[in-house]
Design a protein around this ligand. Sequence first.
Ligand SMILES: *Cc1c(COP(=O)(O)O)cnc(C)c1O
Length: 408
Amino acid sequence: MATIDSASRPVGTKTQAVIDVFSRYVVPNYKRFPVCLVRGEGSRVWDAEGNEYLDLFPGWGCNLLGHCPGPVVRAVQEQVARLIHVPNTWYTEPQGEWARLLSERSFGGQAFFCNSGTEANEAAIKLVRLRSGGERYKIITFQGGFHGRTMGSVTATAQPKYHEGLGPMLAGFHYAPHGDLDAVEKLVDDRTGGILVEPILGEGGVVPAPEGFLQGLRRIADERDLLLVFDEVQCGCGRTGKWFGYQHFGVVPDVITLAKSLCAGIAGGAMLTTADLARHLRPGMHAATFGGNPVAAAAGIAAIRMIEDEGLLDHVDRAAAAFRERLAALKERCDAVRDVRVMGMMIGVELTIDGAAVVQACLERNLLVNCTQGRVIRLLPAMTITEADVEEGCETLAEAIMEVASRG
Ligand SMILES: *Cc1c(COP(=O)(O)O)cnc(C)c1O
């Protein structure tokens, strides 16, 4: 982002020293803000210069319960001192318990554990292929979707910008316009084995599936004997005020993939599917060495328990209502706001102006937000966010949008 270096606040000496180390030793595959974060608590983080920020995008959606949530920190500390890792040639209590908690909150199936979203989707891709012994290898995905960066998941991601220079891509992926059931029907043939879709597009701009779309996919999947896979890496695990995104739409998929918020900030991923389908991932066909490790499992269990003990699904509904009210009022008085989409703690503010400039204007006001699709300000706030932080965040965001809009 070109405007970063001209930020009003000069880069401090501690931060500059870290940036210098990165320049020499870290692969430059990310755009980074010139800020070095050192500590976090709830919806607040602090940088190496002592500045405090309100973080409405904690951990890129991974820090579902804010920075360093107490119950998760304690569970990890206890587990890491007892047993850090053992391979999946042994049984461990935490992995089984974690799978049970996830199963009971979804559709009663079984879990395969891995470490990231892209890996969870790779497992789903393999499951689709293995179910037919490789006969029906084709998978339909959607424009605007995002599924990860390994070769299978990045091929599943339709946008050409993610494929540039990486070809040849994995065979068998076919892309339909998001929401277009006719296009899906036309793409299905005897070699098609599955449909992969985000019930709420995340990177695509926080876009819930249009009315009837997921029902239509369920119908097509049933008629043509396809697996319906929901990528819930961004919208799952309680973020939307329900345990899983699909529960908003009254459509039950055959497979869901999870990561990001699954372990409230610790790396972890999972694929959930029915016991009947799960048997196709037979021993020897798929694995993840660190998958379901005791520390990730302890964090995942603690996250679920904390959400329940603290009534956070209901809290999300209240916080979402507060965001909706304030952002709707902003839309009323500010032409630069085109649309506001709130699905629990998954929020998109679509602008008519450049989103990157707004992110920068927020940063200068010590507010951390994200921009996706060029013009959508995306917030993935902690489920624990307070009413006061919602108010402060919305006010600061409004100021930043107005300022950028006034530049013309
Ligand atoms: C982030 C994301 C992924 C990829 O997850 P990683 O953990 O980065 O591999 C996949 N699907 C969706 C919907 C995502 O938001």
